[in-house]
Design a protein around this ligand. Structure first.
Ligand SMILES: C[S@@+](CC[C@H](N)C(=O)[O-])C[C@H]1O[C@@H](n2cnc3c(N)ncnc32)[C@H](O)[C@@H]1O
Length: 313
């Protein structure tokens, strides 16, 4: 079987941290993998677990995953017959299909051709990203990639639901990867995923549910968060890891601006040395460097000292 690649373009896609999550997954003794904020499913595609629960609040996105599982050949054939041009893009954008297949095809079409692969809706929930001047759907929309995606997705339960529904019923000993919307509170984000914005009170609910899954259900949870001290008080105990993404492209490279994020790992196995051994021994990749880690409460000073190690990728 060909190794399937994510068939969606997704701003904030986490392919770059997949090597680290994969290493952690190898030592966590889990019975099922859970992603409450699926997006393109970059981590799921990298781990290829034998049992999974994959959820996202975006119904159209979930329809796309469902039709790929149900009939990848028809998805490929019908998508390849759709014409590509600016006029066609805006016609598809204005359309309101009703069937699950129609909704999924429109979603995939717009996702592959929209400017920057951005998913953004206005306050009425209407997708409003302009045409990205692309003239093909790209290699991942191929019969073979969609069929191999179906093969691994068949092992998963796929649902459109809010993270609260997903995390309030986690099976015992799950591995949970959590990649929420990065609320900044300062400005309207360019990648608004839903008509409701994701608030700090959503982040608080999320932290409570994740912590309960770790403490009461023996889960291992890995949470991606912005490099921002304001998130540090939401998660207690566990291990904080500072990460830098490689600056290979674009304005960040030109301005030498490092891109950094945090992950918080809460786990029953944090007490033994496996997790620390993995973090210590993890070798930087072209796209990923560990800046530092601590099992203490995160402070602004720690974030600053890690920041000083950035930019040497
Ligand atoms: C940062 S993206 C996840 C990206 C993903 N990790 C990847 O690699 O592609 C966040 C996702 O959360 C979804 N989302 C937003 N609010 C949500 C909510 N309340 N419950 C569940 N999913 C939500 C969005 O639709 C979006 O797909």
């Amino acid at each position: 079987m060909l190794e399937p690649k994510p068939f969606l373009r997704w701003v904030g896609g986490k392919g770059w941290i997949a090597p680290l999550i994969k290493r952690i997954s190898e030592v966590s003794e889990h019975s099922i993998y859970i992603e409450p904020f699926l997006g393109s499913g970059a981590i799921f595609f990298s781990l290829r677990p034998s049992r999974a629960i994959l959820c996202d609040v975006n119904k159209e996105l979930i329809s796309a995953f469902e039709v790929v599982v149900e009939n990848p050949e028809i998805v490929f054939t019908r998508l390849s017959r759709m014409p590509i041009s600016a006029t066609d893009y805006y016609l598809v954008r204005e359309s309101k299909p009703r069937s699950k297949m129609g909704i999924a095809l429109r979603f995939l079409y717009l996702n592959r051709l929209a400017y920057g692969g951005i998913y953004r809706v206005n306050k009425d929930g209407m997708f409003n990203v302009p045409y990205g001047k692309k003239f093909s759907f790209g290699d991942v929309i191929s019969r073979s990639n969609l069929c191999s995606s179906r093969d691994i997705l068949r092992a998963a339960i796929i649902r459109s639901q809010d993270f609260r529904a997903t995390l309030s019923k986690v099976p015992r000993s799950s591995l949970i990867y959590v990649d929420p919307v990065y609320t900044s509170g300062k400005s309207e984000r360019f990648d608004r995923y839903t008509k409701e914005s994701f608030s700090m009170s959503d982040h608080q609910d999320l932290a409570n549910l994740v912590t309960a899954a770790v403490l009461e259900k023996n889960a291992t949870a890995i949470v991606s968060l912005p490099y921002d001290i304001n998130f540090s008080t939401l998660y207690i105990g566990g291990l904080w890891v500072g990460l830098q993404r490689g600056n290979k492209f674009g304005i960040r490279k030109e301005k030498n601006m490092p891109y950094m994020e945090l992950i918080w790992i809460g786990s029953a196995f944090e007490s033994n040395s496996d997790l620390l051994r993995i973090i210590r021994s993890f070798k930087s990749k072209a796209d990923l460097k560990i800046l530092g880690f601590t099992s203490k409460m995160l402070s602004e000073r720690t974030l600053q000292s890690w920041r000083s190690r950035a930019n040497t990728l």
